[in-house]
Every structure is written in C-alpha cells, then in structure tokens.
Design a protein around this ligand. Sequence first.
Ligand code: PMP
Length: 396
Amino acid sequence: MRRRRRRASIPRHEASFHPVPIRRHPGAMNDAPGAQPIADAVAARVRAIVRPKIRAMHAYPVARAVGLVKLDAMENPYGLSGEARAAMAAAVANARINRYPDGSGDEVKAALRATQGVGDDAGLILGNGSDEILQLLTMLVAKPGATVLAPEPSFVLYRMLADVFNLRFVGVPLRADLTLDTEAMLAAIERTRPALVWLAVPNNPTGTLFPAADVERIIAAAPGVVAVDEAYHAFAETSFLPRVLAFPNLVVVRTLSKIGMAGVRLGYAAAHPAWIAEIDKIRPPYNVNALTQAVVRVLLRHGDLLAEQAAAIRRERARMVKELAALPGVTVFPSAANFLLLRVPDAPAWFARLRDAGILVKNTHGWHPLLEHCLRITIGTPAENNAVLDALARPA
Ligand code: PMP
C-alpha cells in the first residue's frame, strides 16, 4: 500500500551545497535602529579573524524532511518494539540528569564490548556520534604541514575537517566504476606521506566495499594512522575490528547511527590502547550525555532486534538492486551498505520526481565528477522502497 504523504517544499539550497540566505524578519534584530553599523562591524571582524578557507566553506547541509519519506541519510527505517521503548523510557526516567554523565562512559563501553565485538584488549573511546570521533582524529594529527588523504568521492567530512584544522587534503579519485584505485592510493601515500588516511568501508556515497587485502596494503604502506570507518559494517558483514590490534597504525571507527540509533548520537573508535590514550587527551570531558548513555545501554540489549532489522535491509537492498537496474537508462553500483548509488539519465529531474512523490533522497550530482547524474537512495521499509519504484517507473 502506498501512503500519500503531505508534501513539503524543499529549499533549493538543500539539493546542493549553496549557502543558506540570511532572511530578514520584520521586527527582527537586523531592523533595529543601529543594527546595520553593528552588522557591518561584525562582517569586518569576521573577515579579519576567520580564515578565508573557513569563510569559503558551507555548513554541512541537512535537508528539511518534514512530511517526506526520508531516504537521504542512511537511517534505519524501522522502529523499536514496545518492550524496547518501555525499557528506554524507564532508563530515561531514572537518568540522573542533575549530575554530569560518566566522563569515560564505562558502562556503555562494557555494553559495546559485550555486543559489538570490541575485544577486551583493544582501547575504546566514545564520541557524540562518530562525527566527533572523526574530528578528534583529525585534531590528533593536526600539525603544520601535515597531510590527510582519502579516496574521493568519500564522506565529505574528511575533507571538511582537514580544511577546518588547516591540513593539506589529498583526494585520490576512485576508478570510473567507483572501485578503489589501490595503486594510485599507494603512490599518493608514498608521495605525500599522510599523517592520516581515511577509508570508509563500505564507502559513502558509493556503497563500494574496498577489498580487505587492498585495505591491508594501504595500512602497511601508510606512515601514519589509517582510520577504517565502518559506519556501514552491519550491511557488509565484514570488519577489521577483530584484527584492530594486529596493526600498529589502525583505528576502527564505528557508529550506532546506521543500525537504528541515529537520534542518540553515539560513535566509537577502537585501536591499540596507546592510540586511544592520546585521543582521550583531546576529547571534551562529558562528550557523551547522560541520556544517550542510559538509552544506548538498554538498546544494545536488544541486539537481536537490531540484527533482524539489518538483515531485512540487506534483503531489501538485493530486491532494489534488481528492480532499479531493470529501469531503462539506470546503472546501479554494487553496494555493501544500506543505500544504493544509481546513475540516471538526469539526476536533478529524477530527484524532483521523487520529491514530488513525497520522497527525499540525495542528489549527489555536482559533488564530484565521478558522481555525474547520480542519486543516493537509502534502503527503506518494503513499502517505502515500493514508493520509490512506483515513482521512478511512472513515465516522467
Ligand atoms: N562515517 C561515514 C562514512 C558516514 O557516512 C557517516 C554519516 N553519514 C558518519 C561517519 C557519521 O555518522 P554519525 O556521526 O551519525 O555517527
């Protein structure tokens, strides 16, 4: 059954990286007497104080999705069972929010070790989402002249963070079929001696699973840290986590966001304890709040439910690959994640078609030359996926 959803208009900037215009509301501060001289003085100081690189950046775009089927951000589309929700409510009710949270999150760490395959000997650190872990890793290596290297296209935050911390970013293009160009990666590592290499495995936004043997060659060749970002590991069913202590320079980064807890914001990194000790020094105290800690501990006890949901997403992914690839003019790239990247004849038009049907996906056209006319579509529930197929099968 296809449900009609209320359509919401999507501001134009959210389809791409254009800056958000500042709107003047009547009666707002901008119109107050004397506001213009202040605004001019602020602009002058921003110009004088904030680095040109940061001034030229745009805030990470988050599309407004109210009233839309949300298939743009690789969330788990399934809810929790009544029992899990009741347990979560009780955990929140009992949280002692008048106190700071446990600064190192020991009980959450114990739950992760018990349920997510983090070995007892590996060091473990928590972040306010894995975004924060990515930021801490970039900060850790930030010294003048240091280089950060990643394949491209990959997760946009890798480059953004290098820019923020004034590091040189080297992007190594994937091959035309969006697989890893391992020889080019190795040559770039040799040439630029990066302090940090990012490998999203599977990769976002392509869904590509870089072969483990190639990742190993990169780890062996890299003079600095290699961060293997396993945000999508639950959909690939392979991981470097069990071998994290077998390499002197490997950090495995994970998140709970894609397996059903994007709203609680919890990421983690595992590595040799000596690396984790260094990262811990630059971590803001109390970075993971008490409510997150309380809820995550409960939800991790419902591992069977989360695993079933991941399996359902993998099954739907296989169905969607077949159905989408049968559409005329569509190429579906192989994906080991909970989303598919497709090349379509006209990405902006197909994005608009989906949006008109009340479905929000990501138009990656314009992000990188290799993503020409590509859309990234998160795997949803069977009904949501059917809505995508209906909208795309209809004549334009
Ligand atoms: N790594 C990768 C590869 C991602 O795609 C994302 C989310 N888009 C993240 C990290 C960050 O996820 P979170 O902050 O929700 O943990």
